[in-house]
Unconditional design. Structure first.
Length: 180
């Protein structure tokens, strides 16, 4: 069987990889939420303008600032507008447990539909400890070495009680090269 390439495949691929991920240094806690509009997109276009105001971005045409990066209260925030959804990612200190920090625009997403919620804890140790592993569903635990053995990552791909799918990353020897 020969697969036919979708006419928009290259555009889709470019959209998927268009935005750089900001570097980070452990220990750090990262959260990402993805939202879809219940009305087919108008909510996202309106949200785009409001998030640009928070980020201090000025309008620059029809495709302006699809990635907005800003800092607020020690958190690095990235908001991205994709074609059919938007994501907001924020990072802060490892002891940051607030799921809805004020001032980064999360309240503007009320009324939208959550399609993803991810929490990544990056720690500067060589291995993911037993305490962190104990919180995962052992039947679906995925525990791997990454960065040629310089780091480890663990997840069970299930949303926890807080609604987030959790990833634990022990950056260890790769601590200086880990990025979002």
């Amino acid at each position: 069987m020969i697969w036919q390439e979708h006419p928009y495949r290259r555009l889709i691929e470019a959209e998927t990889h268009a935005r750089p991920v900001l570097p980070m240094t452990p220990p750090i806690r990262v959260r990402r939420l993805g939202f879809m509009s219940a009305d087919g997109g108008a909510d996202l276009r309106a949200l785009h303008e409001k998030m640009a105001d928070i980020a201090g971005a000025a309008p620059q045409g029809p495709s302006w600032a699809r990635q907005l990066d800003f800092e607020h209260d020690g958190r690095q925030v990235t908001w991205e507008l994709h074609n059919e959804f938007a994501t907001i990612t924020w990072s802060g200190p490892a002891d940051e447990w607030d799921d809805r920090p004020a001032g980064i625009g999360l309240e503007l997403h009320d009324g939208l539909l959550v399609v993803l919620a991810t929490r990544i804890d990056v720690i500067p140790t060589e291995t993911v400890g037993e305490k962190a592993l104990a919180g995962f569903n052992q039947l679906s635990l995925c525990y791997s070495q990454i960065f040629e053995g310089g780091a480890e990552a663990a997840t069970d791909f299930h949303a926890g009680k807080d609604g987030y799918t959790r990833f634990e990353v022990a950056a260890g020897a790769a601590a200086n090269s880990v990025s979002g």
